[in-house]
Design a protein around this ligand. Structure first.
Ligand code: LRH
Ligand code: MN
Ligand code: MN
Length: 424
C-alpha cells in the first residue's frame, strides 16, 4: 500500500480553502512564522517497529488485521506514515523482534521511503528459544557471570546490526531488579550492571552513543536496578561521554515532574532523548497527548528553552521516538495521532514568549508567568503544523487521508485478516 504524491496533492486541494483561512488567522500572530515552519518541517519522530502491530497486555491480545508480517512490511508501513505526515522519517528496531539479516536490502528499502534507522533496542528481558542461560533473575545485573556475558554479547550483536543499517545509538532498557525485599543486594546489582554496561560501552563504534532507559517498576515490583533518572544518570556519568539518559514518559511514579527532570538532564548534557507515550497510571503506553497534553507542552517548553541555551539543533541533537502500543486502536492511526500530538506540543513551545517569561520569573510575577505559558498552550497551532506538513509534501490531515484512502482495508486485502506482527 503506497500513497502517491499526486494523491496527497489532490487530497490537499479539497482542504486548501479552509486551511488558508485557518492558517492566516494564527500566522499573523506569530513572530517569524517562517522560522517556526522550518523547525517544524525539520523535526522527525522515529516510529518503533513494535508499535505497528496491535500491542496487548498480559491479559490478552486482540490481533488486528493487515498487520506487517515482516521487517519489509514494517518499513513500508512507516514509509506510508511518513508520506502522509512528513514527520516520521525514521524507524527504530528491537532485536530479536526484528532480525535485519539482509541489512543492505533493508537500508535500501528504507531509503526508498526516505527513512533512516534510529536507535537500536536490545532485549534481555525475555528468554529467546535456544538461549543458553535464563534472564529470570536479571541480565546485566545477574549474579552468574555466564548470564551477564550472554546479555553483553547480545548488546554487542545489536550494535553490529545497527552499524550495518547506519544507526548510531544503542538503547538499553533493563528489566533487572527484584520482586521481594532481601532478594537482591542493591549495591552488588548496581556494580555488576555498571561493569556489564562498561563492556558494552567499550564496544561502541566511535560516533555511537548508548542510551540508558530507566523505569520505576514492572516487571520487577520491589526494586528496579535502573529505576529512575538518578540511577540512570549515575550509570551514564560513570560510563562516559557517549552515554546518555533516556526518558520514557510512562516510566515515572505518578505525578513526577518530568519537565524538571528533562530540564536538568539537558543542563548536564546527559539527555539522550525520549520514548513518547502517555499514561494515567503507570507504563500505560497510551497515545501521546491523549491523557496529559499540558505536560507534553511543558516538556517541550523545557526542551526548546534548554536546547536554545545550549545551542543545540532541535531536530538532530536528541533522539525522538514514540514508544506506545495497545489493544484497541488501529496502530497506524494511533501513530498518526501520536506524531501529531508531538508536533502540536513542539509548535506551542516555539510560540512561548521566552523574553517575557524570563522577565516574569526574574520579578517573581507568578501570575504573568502562568499567563505567558498558557497563552502559547491555548493557541490553536494545528493550522501551523498542517501548513508545515503541506509545504513538506505531506497531507493537510494525515488521519483523514488515511481513512479516505481506506489504508487499513487495503492492507487487509494485501496481507490478510489473521496477521500477527512480532513485538510485545
Ligand atoms: C519498557 C519499554 C522499553 C522497551 C519497550 C518495548 O517498558 O519502554 O523501551 O524497549 O518498552
Ligand atoms: Mn520505552
Ligand atoms: Mn515502557
Amino acid at each position: 500500500m503506497k500513497i502517491e504524491q499526486y494523491q496527497i496533492a489532490e487530497y490537499n486541494n479539497s482542504l486548501l480553502k479552509a486551511q488558508e483561512r485557518n492558517y492566516s488567522f494564527v500566522a499573523e500572530k506569530v513572530n517569524n512564522v517562517s522560522a517556526v515552519l522550518k523547525l517544524l518541517q525539520e523535526f522527525q519522530v522515529a516510529i518503533p517497529s513494535w508499535a505497528l502491530g496491535t500491542g496487548g497486555t498480559r491479559f490478552g491480545r486482540f490481533s488486528g488485521a493487515g498487520e506487517p508480517r515482516s521487517l519489509e512490511e514494517k518499513i513500508e508501513d512507516v514509509g506510508m506514515l511518513h508520506a502522509l505526515n512528513q514527520s516520521s522519517g525514521a524507524i527504530s528496531l528491537h532485536i530479536p523482534w526484528d532480525i535485519p539479516d539482509n541489512a543492505a536490502a533493508m537500508k535500501a528499502l528504507a531509503a526508498q521511503h526516505n527513512l533512516r534507522f534510529d536507535a537500536m533496542n536490545s532485549n534481555t528481558f525475555q528468554d529467546q528459544p535456544g538461549q543458553a542461560v535464563s534472564y529470570k533473575y536479571g541480565s546485566l545485573q545477574h549474579t552468574d557471570k555466564a548470564v551477564r556475558k550472554q546479555a553483553i554479547e547480545h548488546n554487542i550483536e545489536v550494535i553490529k546490526y545497527g552499524e550495518a543499517l547506519g544507526s548510531d545509538a544503542l538503547s538499553v532498557w533493563l528489566a533487572d531488579g527484584s520482586c521481594f525485599p532481601g532478594q537482591l543486594n542493591f549495591r552488588g546489582a548496581f556494580q555488576r550492571t555498571l561493569e556489564s554496561l562498561q563492556e558494552i560501552y567499550s564496544a561502541l563504534p566511535d560516533h555511537w552513543k548508548v542510551w540508558v532507559e530507566y523505569k520505576a517498576f514492572e516487571p520487577n515490583f520491589y526494586s528496579t536496578t535502573v529505576g529512575d533518572w538518578g540511577q540512570s544518570l549515575l550509570f551514564t556519568s560513570k560510563l562516559g561521554p557517549k552515554a546518555y539518559t533516556l526518558v520514557d514518559l510512562g516510566h515515572h511514579l505518578p505525578n513526577a515532574n518530568i519537565e524538571q527532570i528533562v530540564s536538568l538532564l539537558l543542563m548536564e548534557g546527559k539527555l539522550a532523548g525520549f520514548h513518547f507515550n502517555d499514561s494515567k497510571y503507570g507504563d500505560d503506553d497510551l497515545t501521546v497527548g491523549s491523557i496529559n497534553p499540558y505536560q507534553l507542552f511543558l516538556i517541550f517548553n523545557e526542551l526548546v528553552d534548554g536546547m536554545n541555551a545550549r545551542g543545540m539543533n532541535h531536530a538532530t541533537d536528541l533522539g525522538w521516538m514514540i514508544d506506545a502500543s495497545h489493544n484497541v486502536k488501529d496502530p497506524l492511526e494511533d501513530l498518526l495521532q501520536s506524531v501529531e500530538a508531538i508536533m502540536i506540543a513542539y509548535a506551542q513551545a516555539l510560540l512561548v514568549d521566552t523574553k517575557a517569561l524570563s522577565a516574569a520569573q526574574q520579578s517573581n510575577d507568578v501570575v504573568a508567568a502562568q499567563e505567558i505559558l498558557q497563552q502559547a498552550y491555548r493557541t490553536d497551532v494545528r493550522p501551523l503544523v498542517a501548513q508545515a506538513r503541506m509545504l513538506a509534501g505531506g497531507a493537510l490531515d494525515p488521519l483523514g487521508m488515511y481513512r479516505q484512502q481506506k489504508v487499513r482495508e487495503n492492507l487487509i486485502k494485501e496481507r490478510g485478516s489473521k496477521t500477527v506482527a512480532t513485538g510485545l
